[in-house]
Design a protein around this ligand. Structure first.
Ligand SMILES: Nc1ncnc2c1ncn2[C@@H]1O[C@H](COP(=O)(O)OP(=O)(O)OP(=O)(O)O)[C@@H](O)[C@H]1O
Ligand SMILES: [Mg+2]
Length: 328
């Protein structure tokens, strides 16, 4: 893969093999390649043990890759280490990203300070972040006294406060309540837009990824198995599955006549309402469906197409990948 202008991050055939003494080797990352453009928020998803955290750690130079190359803003990470880290911030999964005996504000000042940001100049920006993440009334509280979600938000604020062009978030919404997770998602979307940050976000929560990212990279067993816009991926998995609600009980013979023409017909009958689910083989078959319903004397109360979401797409891709691996 050649470096192109305007690439914030390039990962080229990255491989990491862990060799534990006596134990068999683990190929945690097995030739992963991708590029991220400036201002893009990319989701990095995959089952447990797929190699997401190892990939991020290799990019950050925390784990030495067995092979492959990482370029950040056009500069090779290995030959510009550790200076290149001034361009990157990260919130890593399960690790202590904060000093627990320091307050929220002290943590922000500490981490931005070692990053070389003069606190006077950026004070207003730090205040803006603290405000935005709902931590204003906790800014002088020691981190150890915060709830899990507040600690997580403080870690994200400290990472954002460094104002780096590139940012890694490994499971940023883990342990956050619904409202806080929603707020964090909204803030990330806005910050990426307003400040043109490049963010790589790893999460098991597909709602978060679908909400925040336009593009997703799916990794299984150390390989990239999909790298596409979320909208396109969902489009590929559209099945023309429909759900209909009919007034009253199902007319006699309706199920049999539907089953003769369509796939996956499921009729749930009740005295007041009948639910029908089916898949149309061709787009034009919707007309035939309407004719059959009219001929049967059915009254349609509601009709909707069942849209797959990222979670369904993810499960389907990972399932197929497992079958492929078993067969090979
Ligand atoms: N330090 C290590 N030594 C040996 N093996 C390791 C080490 N770190 C990770 N691994 C192995 O590498 C593989 C990938 O792990 P990694 O943490 O990258 O997965 P992940 O995709 O982040 O998973 P999760 O969704 O559970 O966070 C796993 O098989 C794991 O056991
Ligand atoms: Mg991980």
């Amino acid at each position: 893969m050649k470096h192109q202008d305007g690439v914030a991050l390039e990962v080229d055939r990255l491989t990491k093999v862990f060799r534990d003494r006596g134990a068999r080797e683990v190929r945690a990352v097995d030739g992963i390649s991708f590029q991220v453009a400036p201002g893009e928020i990319v989701g990095l998803v995959g089952p447990n043990g797929a190699g997401k955290t190892t990939t991020i750690k290799c990019i950050l130079g925390l784990v030495r890759p067995t092979a492959g190359r990482v370029t950040i803003l056009g500069r090779d990470v290995a030959s510009h280490y550790p200076g290149i880290l001034s361009q990157v911030s990260a919130v890593l999964e399960g690790s202590r990203n904060l000093y627990w005996r320091m307050t929220v504000w002290e943590n922000i000042e500490f981490f931005t300070g070692i990053h070389g940001l003069p606190r006077r100049q950026y004070r207003r920006y730090f205040e803006h972040l603290v405000e935005r993440f709902g931590l204003a009334d906790k800014r002088d509280v020691e981190v150890r006294k915060l709830s899990q979600g507040m600690k997580q938000k403080t870690a994200v604020v400290c990472a954002l406060a460094k104002r780096t062009p590139l940012m890694f978030l490994d499971e940023p919404t883990l342990g956050l309540d619904v409202e806080t997770s929603y707020e964090l998602r909204k803030t990330l979307r806005e910050l990426a837009g307003e400040e043109h940050r490049t963010i790589v976000l790893s999460s098991h929560n597909m709602d978060v990824v679908q909400d925040v990212c336009r593009r997703v990279i799916i990794v299984t067993a150390g390989h990239v198995v999909a790298d596409d816009s979320i909208g396109h991926l969902i489009g590929l998995f559209k099945t023309r599955a429909y759900r209909l609600a009919l007034r009253g009980p199902a007319p006699e013979g309706l199920e049999a006549s539907l089953a003769a023409h369509f796939r996956g017909v499921d009729v749930q009958n009740s005295p007041y309402m009948t639910q029908v689910r089916l898949r149309l083989p061709e787009p034009d078959d919707i007309y035939m469906l309407m004719d059959l319903l009219r001929d049967a004397g059915a009254t349609i109360e509601e009709i909707s197409q069942e849209e797959p979401d990222l979670e369904k797409v993810f499960l389907e891709i990972v399932r197929k990948e497992k079958v492929n691996q078993c067969n090979s």
